[in-house]
Design a binder for this molecule. Sequence first.
Ligand code: IMP
Length: 443
Amino acid sequence: MPNIVVVGAQWGDEGKGKVVDVLASCVDVTVRYQGGNNAGHTVVVGSEKFVLQSIPSGILHPGCRCVIGCGVVIDPASLIEEMESLVQRGVSLDGNLYISKNAHLIMPYHPALDRASESQAGKRRIGTTGKGVGPAYVDKTARIGIRMADLLDEEIFREKLEYNLQQKNRLLREIYDAETFTVDAILHPYRRYAGWLAPYITDTPLLLSRWIDAGASVLFEGAQGTLLDVDHGTYPFITSSSATAGGASTGTGVPPTKINGVLGIAKAYLTRVGGGPFPSELHGPMADLLRAQGKEFGSVTGRPRRCGWVDAVALRYAARLNGFDSIALTKLDVLDACETVKVCVGYRYGGDVLTDFPGEERIWHETEPVYEELSGWQTSTHGIREYAELPTKAREYLDRLSELCGVPFGLVSTGPMRDDTMLMPDSVLASWYPSLRGGWPPR
Ligand code: IMP
């Protein structure tokens, strides 16, 4: 069975949670490779809605082992809350959840620094989730981060905390005029977290290697999306980790030679939260319609998402960077009411039309989108599970979008439930997961 990376193709919130949940029924292991509790993966199971932040969406399948890889940053209080809430709802974690001992901790001073720096950034404000994810990655790269393994070693934990607090408190007090922290106020709760999390902390690259050698199939679950990647996204309006497919290897310790394919997840329109460029952004009634129909409010922060038309230039860029073999397109039904649907096919800038995604801030901010307009289908596609049953205009939209981004669609999602899912029978995705050919639940 293949090992596949699932990557967001846009600015996050593409519906990865639902797709990973559907595919997790066919794999043995799901593993998160980057990000932290800034992510919110929504999964609807029957009448229940789960929002997973740090734990892979595979946890909702009893036979699926879940790993939080070394590329993830972990807020232990938030993780424990997530674990407790799952247990209360009948989800079993024992023997199902493994946390990398090399993953870095989000410490209480990280959200404080995140919020303090945002409050002084003015027009350069990123619009972060305020969870301390960026500052935790800063410490990781600066080699002063505190890892899960350190949490289990009281002496080293205290030594690192004392050293870091001297620096962080100066920064908070003198640069940001913000509240400072004492060692004891952090040590006490973190000791409790250590007791809670100790049974789950382990050498996950070693486990993953053993499982793969024994024939297990692994699904790598990306958080955020390609355009928020620290290197390839719309820098500096990005998150601080490697959200693209390359991050799956460094963020888990599984070598690239053991990874067999990449699935991109894209929404049939486009959203982003926080600041930064968004060439095909809409304002007014059309944006309001997409936001209302698509329930486009942040699952972590509740912020209304900015909405716009799908951007084929950006999708082609994501396909190239990640090497998508296939794309799962989500939320097609949100466009059902539209009289016409538009696709951004180029950026007008300085008298030229650019068809390759630019890397310069000035171009992103000053560019005008060039659209191709297609007829809408104005009939419900909600819950449709067969391509042949889609209205002709919806099929034309899918075919044109797939042609523009140069990647075949392997799956189309037409609603939030597991069975509102259409698998293209001849796709590479169907060859990876043949038991899904007859639809959900897998056979
Ligand atoms: P941070 O990751 O909290 O530092 O936020 C940096 C940027 O990434 C902000 O624009 C956030 O809104 C965005 N972001 C972070 N996580 C997500 C996510 O899961 N979905 C969508 N946007 C996100």
